[in-house]
Design a protein. Structure first.
Length: 217
């Protein structure tokens, strides 16, 4: 998180001091905890109630008291207010692309004027055709995922963790349509068992509203 803030200050806003942050897809709070140390207050959101409880407990253990928790949905209906810092890392790849782009647009809509968003997207996965076929079968064929869980000695009904690639033109269009500018992109390489995923970190800042004043006649 320190590197993210450093990049924001170097490339977007050298005076960036977030007041209210949102960690979207917080999981167990791995990034929420360091975010809480730099934000006056923040919201940690995740689709999983189990993850929310784990994050809540980890914050308690670490003495973090300025974090609110929200169970998320596609409409962000339980996340209230706006934010001057929104972070989402290694989350979108587990959301189907069409839904993920729509959620991304809604998150951009929660940015305050001058607020900064940092979002990770996977755009390419290098894997074998056999693994792609297995992935398709687990996702599309009845009982294929149940059989895979049995072979892998996982809980029989454990859902498959999706891995989705995004079209960067969809992401950049959402950024532009949300009236964000001063954007910066960092590349990432994520090594996953049996495959390599190429990704980007999108840094974007919501345009500040111009205040027009009339001069004396």
């Amino acid at each position: 998180m320190a590197e993210v803030i450093d990049s924001i200050r170097k490339r977007l806003d050298n005076s960036f001091e977030p007041r209210r942050g949102l960690d979207f897809g917080c999981g167990v709070g791995r990034l929420s905890i360091p975010m809480a140390s730099i934000c006056g207050s923040m919201v940690a959101a995740d689709v999983s109630e189990f993850m929310i409880e784990e994050a809540r407990e980890n914050c308690r253990i670490n003495g973090i008291t300025n974090v609110e928790f929200a169970v998320s949905d596609d409409q962000l209906s339980r996340i209230s207010g706006t934010f001057d810092f929104i972070n989402s890392f290694l989350v979108s790849q587990h959301i189907p692309r069409t839904r993920g782009v729509a959620i991304f647009s809604r998150l951009l809509g929660l940015l305050e004027d001058g607020g900064v968003g940092v979002f990770h997207f996977t755009y390419y996965r290098h894997t074998s055709e056999i693994l792609r076929l297995i992935y398709w079968a687990r996702k599309s064929l009845p009982f294929a995922n149940l059989l895979a869980n049995l072979i892998l000695r996982r809980p029989f009904n454990q859902p498959m963790l999706e891995m989705n690639e995004y079209r960067l033109n969809d992401i950049l269009r959402a950024v532009q349509e949300s009236k964000c500018d001063l954007s910066h992109i960092d590349f990432s390489i994520d090594y996953i068992p049996y495959e390599t995923a190429l990704g980007v970190m999108i840094f974007c800042q919501k345009k500040k509203s111009k205040i027009w004043t009339s001069g004396a006649e």
